[in-house]
Ligand binder design. Structure first.
Ligand SMILES: [Zn+2]
Length: 248
């Protein structure tokens, strides 16, 4: 038997009777820290520090009877800014609305409703993306290097959670991405798109943006304003982040 204690939000993955307390669990010969922790229900992507008998260890460390294991969550929002590569995402099929908000705020987020779990894992591994998912079993897949368990069902709560964890800055000038296909938007002259706009839109708005992938045209209409207000409300909840004013 080894002793385990999971701290902070990691306890959410455990049965109620193991939360907020130290408990003992069987450790078989040659089982690694990662193996045992995932068997207890906590994906390796959610782990920050793991201490065994008071010392920080790698997840590959083998456990022994009588070891004392303390597990702390990934507190990435308290760490220095990560390189941008750590803020490129691939979202699972259930997180389409979250993907659209991330794209709106300028963050490169792949999402495809037709993806199976294996497709998502493969794309994220190939391109070095963070997997966003509400499926904890998916995060335990061997090929998953970086991932985030999205806890909430509400889209804006999800966005707040992801922004907090990855230190996303919604106040930085963002070019915005196509909500449908994720490509960066380009500014375009009104004359070039006037024939494709709904009636009166051309007389009300002067600035337009264009997606070279799907040929959609964007402008700051009511839908854009609603999304910007939502992003601003999330930005106000974030540390070190000013009220958002992202470009479309
Ligand atoms: Zn597009």
């Amino acid at each position: 038997m080894a002793e385990f204690r999971f701290y902070a939000e990691l306890a959410d993955f455990l049965p109620l009777h193991w939360r907020g307390r130290t408990f003992v669990h069987i450790v078989l010969p040659r089982q690694s820290v990662k193996h045992v922790i995932e068997a207890l229900g906590v994906p390796h992507t959610e782990l920050g520090l793991v201490l065994v008998n008071g010392e920080v260890v790698e997840l590959s460390r083998l456990l022994s009877e009588c070891d004392r294991v303390a597990v702390l969550p990934a507190l990435r929002h308290l760490m220095p800014q990560q390189p941008d590569g750590d803020r490129r995402f691939a979202a699972d099929a259930h997180l389409g609305r979250l993907a659209r908000y991330l794209r709106f705020a300028g963050f490169d987020t792949l999402w495809d409703n037709a993806w199976k779990d294996a497709d998502l894992v493969a794309v994220a591994a190939d391109q070095g993306r963070v997997i966003l998912t509400r499926d904890r079993d998916l995060l335990m897949h061997k090929a998953v290097r970086s991932g985030c368990y999205v806890r909430d069902k509400d889209t804006l709560a999800q966005l707040t959670d992801v922004a907090h964890r990855y230190a996303l800055d919604f106040s930085r000038p963002a070019s915005g991405r196509c909500l449908e296909c994720n490509l960066p938007l380009r500014g375009v002259a009104k004359e070039a798109v006037i024939g494709r706009l709904p009636p009166r839109t051309g007389s009300v708005f002067d600035e337009f943006w264009y997606c070279e992938g799907c040929q959609r045209v964007y402008w700051r209409g009511s839908h854009w304003k609603r999304m910007r207000r939502a992003i601003a409300s999330v930005a106000q909840l974030l540390p070190r982040s000013n009220c958002a004013d992202p470009e479309p």
